[in-house]
Ligand binder design. Structure first.
Ligand SMILES: [Zn+2]
Length: 433
């Protein structure tokens, strides 16, 4: 599969760091960001590259050549084949694709070189093939969803709405942002475009929302924009601490599994409405600490209210959207949410009979943790389960995790803590040190 790397961006906001070099040549740990990206692709077998350049493109072409040479920084071969498309006049970020149509005869990766990324591309491409759409967007939660464009999708990942920053958004929404990495079918280029300048997002992708032909691929892997000096410095720090590479899902992950009711939000018995959802004190701070650590934040929650017929799946989604929105305002996020909709005891009025059975995901069983481990390559022995009840601790133990209990009681937990914040203060820092 070919990869097209869009390396023509000007990056005006970052000119204080790199005045006379194009943005993709900005160095991270001594190596241009584009070299990191090319190395990541090469390692995974993507060696057939097209790089589109414009502003100061000569610097890029002189450095990488046709990809058959060696890196001036590392002395290692680049190990790829690079063709260039030089934009002589501004074509927007997608105009070049129309000039490359004869070379793009099969599905291809389309990657924005303005961000540092390290992701499992084969996994991304498999997802794309499995869904069979024209486009798959790489999506993730970020630390500023309130001023980011949002991708709204159905349960199957089909994109229903593409909201730009300026569009009116629902009060509560899932923290799901387009990361600028895509798999595209060449059929997308059949779109009737009459302008020379083409904006990828607005003219090619956004119109596919709601057609069932565009999907989103949610991943916690590292993709971060370096659009401002502050963000650039944060990316450099993450790289030096090894966080960029570690998040590639080819590598085993560690997670903090979080119970929901009583751990993240105030316990109110069966929570049925979004109005009843209220974050506990310092939970945002604690989740921020997990985000900054090497751990994924993964919620695992029993929601028998669904089997009882008291909450529908869309209502539960709204409750979770409220949670994600509130956390987003604080600059923090969860990486994934798993819920068990089942309940074992049949025979009540209003129940959803097909969800009334003895499943393997309802805590104290470890099914949700095991599913998350399979889907996100989590090493359970390196992970924690944190919750306020016996069921949480037993599920954590059954999954082979370390466990932290937020309450009094002795259920065999590894440690007892007074809150999620207490847990992150007492145990995450110590481990990271
Ligand atoms: Zn279940």
């Amino acid at each position: 599969m070919k990869a097209v790397i869009m390396a023509g961006g000007r990056g005006t906001r970052i000119s204080s760091i790199a005045r006379d070099i194009p943005k993709p040549m900005i160095k991270i740990a001594g190596k241009p960001v584009l070299e990191h990206e090319i190395a990541c692709l090469k390692d995974q077998g993507f060696t057939d590259l097209i790089v589109t350049v414009s502003h100061l493109g000569d610097v890029i072409m002189d450095y990488f050549g046709d990809g058959s040479g060696v890196s001036p920084v590392t002395g290692e071969p680049f190990g790829v084949k690079i063709e260039y498309f030089v934009e002589k006049e501004p074509l927007g970020n997608a105009g070049a694709l129309f000039h490359l149509k004869d070379k793009l005869t099969e599905d291809f990766l389309l990657l924005n070189a303005d961000a540092l990324f390290d992701v499992d591309f084969n996994r991304f491409v498999s997802f794309h093939k499995e869904k069979g759409g024209l486009v798959t967007l790489f999506t993730h939660p970020n630390s500023h969803p309130y001023d980011s464009g949002l991708i709204l999708a159905d349960e199957n990942g089909a994109v229903e709405q593409w909201l730009t920053k300026e569009d009116v958004r629902p009060e509560y929404y899932r923290n799901r942002v387009n990361a600028g990495l895509h798999v595209l079918s060449p059929k997308v280029l059949d779109a009737e475009i009459t302008t020379a300048k083409v904006d990828l997002d607005r003219q090619l992708l956004k119109p596919l929302a709601g057609t069932g032909k565009m999907f989103c691929y949610d991943s916690p892997e590292y993709v971060k924009d370096m659009g401002t000096p502050e963000r650039y410095e944060a990316v450099c720090r993450d790289f030096e601490e090894g966080k960029v590479q570690a998040r590639n899902l080819r590598n085993p992950q560690k997670a903090v599994f979080l119970d929901r009711d009583g751990t993240i939000n105030r316990y109110v018995g069966f929570l049925r409405k979004e109005e009843e959802f209220e974050l506990l004190p310092d939970v945002s701070k604690a989740i921020g600490k997990i985000n900054a650590s090497g751990y994924l934040a993964v919620i695992v929650t029993n929601q028998p209210v669904i089997a009882r017929g008291e909450v529908t799946v869309p209502m539960l989604q709204r409750i979770h959207n409220k949670m994600e929105t509130l956390l987003g305002y604080e600059g923090v996020y969860v990486d994934a949410i798993y819920y068990c909709p089942h309940h074992p005891h049949k025979g009540y009025a209003g129940e959803v009979a097909e969800l009334k059975f003895d499943c393997s995901c309802r805590k104290p069983k470890p099914g949700m943790l095991i599913q998350a481990a399979q889907e996100l390559n989590i090493d359970l022995a390196q992970s924690w389960m944190v919750g306020d009840s016996e069921n949480d601790i037993l599920a954590g133990i059954a999954a082979g995790c370390k466990t932290a209990l937020i309450s009094d009681g002795a259920f065999g937990q590894t440690v007892a803590v007074s809150s999620l914040w207490d847990f992150t203060e007492s145990y995450l820092d110590r481990e990271e040190a």
